[in-house]
Design a protein around this ligand. Sequence first.
Ligand SMILES: [Fe+2]
Length: 244
Amino acid sequence: MLSHIGSVLRQARVTFTCSKDLLYQNIEILKALLDKTTSEDVNLSSQFQSEELWKRPNKAPVSYIDIFEDDNFTVGIFVLRPGMKLPLHDHPEMFGLIKVISGKIKVRSFSMVQNETGGSKGFFKKTFFKDSVLKSNVVVVEKCDDIILDKNSESCILEPDIKNLHEIESVDGPAAFIDILSPPYDTEIPLVGPRKCNYYSTLSQVSQNVFKLQKVGCPSWYWTDSFQYTGPDLPTEIKAQVNK
Ligand SMILES: [Fe+2]
């Protein structure tokens, strides 16, 4: 029988390989499945709850469990040490879904401000605009409301133009969330180049909710280690894709 996480992966593949006109309805189906996903569905190890693990010398403040990755999407689990955060980062031209499965997180998100007049029209202009934004070291963003999520919360979604930058912090203890991203980092953005994860710090405040952010290097306090996925076997067609 197909496991629940297997159904999530199958739907993620449908979602991120379908035609553009079906994308949003497939994201909704994926979100509904992800909303029902629990730590038991991925067999999240209880060691992440123990203080002992996080106090180990040289333990990375964030652990990553890779569940699946191909050219279209990635699925993994981030586990944050108590009081730790993923630094403010972006997801260039990507979609993402986050579902908390253990603990509680605070998400601070920002949306890119399109331009002074509120949007560019036409494919060529849009491509040109995105090219300049993606390559720029300073970006103008609008802050969204902070949200607190726990295992009972719905998944949150980011899009290329909506909530594309975020910082995620564990609240009141360790926290774990499933992260689905498409396309994956390091794939090619047409006319721009490799899809890199950029980190940011605040340069200035432009108005109440609008900020200028500057690209910075990955902060020295942030690094990850990897743990093996120990959940149910993935559907055979998904596994076959990985082994190709
Ligand atoms: Fe992220």
